[in-house]
Design a protein around this ligand. Structure first.
Ligand SMILES: C[S@@+](CC[C@H](N)C(=O)[O-])C[C@H]1O[C@@H](n2cnc3c(N)ncnc32)[C@H](O)[C@@H]1O
Length: 239
């Protein structure tokens, strides 16, 4: 029997041609592909990004990862999906799992890795993170020379976010969805509003770019995939 292997593949931020050459090659070779199931009908976003690289024979297994505050429900889903993957790999299959951006950054993959760890042959194939994609699309630098950068989830406490915005020249604010007004108020309080940009659905067909956060109407519905970049040293070039 051939030896099975599990590949965790970062799809990049959204455009199909922003995946790596290695990811494209491996996607064409795997026999089973696990993809996070979409919440509506149709392909999951990650699956739609990679579909053009898959072989005709690949078995696609869309699996649901619950987005709930119920830790027990989430753990049960991760346990079950990890067990199914382990079974596929130990039976000798080449198995892939895809996640948006990079698999090691704010990704469900890490919960599977914790369960599948050293006992399986695993390769993680890096992907372009959303914030790298956004910095390039907006031509908005992250950091330079002695500067430092913090990558934050807007789900963090306000005080933790304030500290990061004070301590670092550059701050990436992810998971903005549903928290935009709180973050905009914090940036205004710290005099950083003009040092920030917001991009949603970066590199996708429905990309939205806001070079000025002040121009976003109060109550405007921003997409789930929205990220803010802050660079306090870049204000002069931007305005
Ligand atoms: C669960 S995290 C996934 C991060 C991903 N692993 C990465 O490498 O960027 C979801 C967050 O990533 C950001 N994100 C992912 N893709 C994006 C895109 N194309 N445009 C803007 N933000 C994006 C948003 O902040 C979103 O709330």
């Amino acid at each position: 029997m051939s030896t099975g292997k599990l590949f965790a593949i970062g799809t990049g931020p959204g455009a199909s041609d922003l995946i790596t050459v290695r990811a494209a090659r491996i996607l064409g070779e795997i026999q089973v592909l696990y993809a996070p199931a979409s919440r509506k009908q149709g392909d999951s976003l990650a699956l739609s990004i990679v579909r053009e690289y898959l072989s005709e024979q690949v078995l696609i297994k869309e699996r649901h990862f619950p987005m709930t505050a119920d830790a027990g429900e989430k753990r049960q889903a991760w346990d079950e999906i990890a067990a199914e993957m382990a079974q596929d790999v130990t039976s000798g299959k080449q198995v892939g799992f895809i996640t948006l951006g990079d698999s090691m950054l704010f990704s469900t993959w890490v919960f599977l890795l914790e369960r599948l760890g050293p006992q399986l042959d695993i390769e993680v194939v890096p992907g372009i993170t959303s914030f790298a994609g956004i910095a390039s699309r907006a031509q908005f630098p992250l950091c330079m020379e002695q500067q430092s950068m913090a990558v934050m989830s807007c789900t963090a406490d306000e005080e933790v976010l304030r500290r990061a915005l004070i301590d670092h020249e550059c701050v990436v604010l992810m998971k903005v969805y549903g928290r935009f007004e709180k973050i905009r108020a914090l940036l205004a309080e710290l005099g950083l509003l003009q040092c920030a940009i917001l991009m949603a659905n970066a590199s996708m067909e429905n990309e939205m770019y806001y070079p000025e956060l002040a121009a976003i109407k109060a109550g405007e519905a921003l997409p789930y995939f929205s990220t803010i970049l802050v660079n306090r040293k870049y204000r002069q070039q931007k305005v």
